[in-house]
Design a protein around this ligand. Sequence first.
Ligand code: PLP
Length: 365
Amino acid sequence: MSAYKIGQSIDDVRAASGNISIHKMSSNENPYGPSPKAITAITEQLSQLHYYPERDDSKITRALAEHFGKGLCAANFTTGNGAVDLINLLESAMFVEGEANSIVICPPCFGSYAATAKLKGATVIEHPLDPQTFAIDSAGLANSITENTRLVYICNPNNPTGSYFDQSALSQILDSLPEHVTLVYDEVYYHFATEFRMPDAIQSVLHKRNIVILHSFSKAYGLAGLRTGYAIASEAIIAKLKKRKLTFQNDRLSMAAMQAALGDKQFLTKIIDNNTQQRTWLRRQLDDLGIQYWPSQANFICFKAPNGKTAQQIIELLLTYGVMVRAAFYLPDCVRVSIGQAEANRQFIKAISEIIDQTSGGTER
Ligand SMILES: Cc1ncc(COP(=O)(O)O)c(C=O)c1O
């Protein structure tokens, strides 16, 4: 059975490569560290760890409702151990026991949708993005749905391509879905979409549409190691999800960190601004090097492996320069680089430009 393959850890690479400085640009993490307010909140909780946490996440769901406003209430939210946990929870809640179940995904996309569904015996139906532009087929997506389809996954901005779509595409998809299908709208990178007007999916939740929005504290808030995320949906959908959650599912550290990070506006602004600036800088450098890449509104860029190399060859060559990147899933010729701090980005560009020079002799693989 296929499980989602995680990337190498920085310790693995350090152990293998001795003393060179390593830049981990492979998992779309926040290179600036966690929200300082979250660190303080976690530290304050440490001496309380002998006490159970609150029974449920109602404190944080109230805080989320207040944070977003727009008429949402606590009952429109539930938290999980990262968006991955919520994907798993959604599939458990929406799959029908004793019947065939299927999901529809739009590859190239995040691997966990298919991995967790397959573990539950579901069929994974692929409705690919446009192979040239990575645009979503909003007009035709519903054609891939069968009577057993429970969930359709779309991601905006999309991992690994960085591509994005607007309100009209989201509305078209939602309007095309039959009643028995729930749309999972994965928006874990939404903070980074600073040069594009993202759809207002919360309006669809307020209109009780069949949609679940996924958000995460792993990306802009820098809490990937803590495993915290949340879903936004109609009260009916959230109630269905909550039935499957365990008492004391959220630990003290996660709940304190989420609450504090939500209030850390200064940190968030810094992260988003830096990401936009560094993304612009990287785009310019890639242009100068003649490397093909796709427009991204996320904290990573997907580019074509230069000089006819495979993604794997470029990944291995970059590692020799201490730069960790990842293959863009489903795309053997494309590499995904997470946007780092300025120094990491410079090291990446220096390395890739030297690799281009070294490998410019031929296009053999
Ligand atoms: C598109 C997408 N969705 C969900 C996740 C999982 O996020 P979390 O760390 O909250 O589990 C990731 C992680 O990289 C992702 O890229």
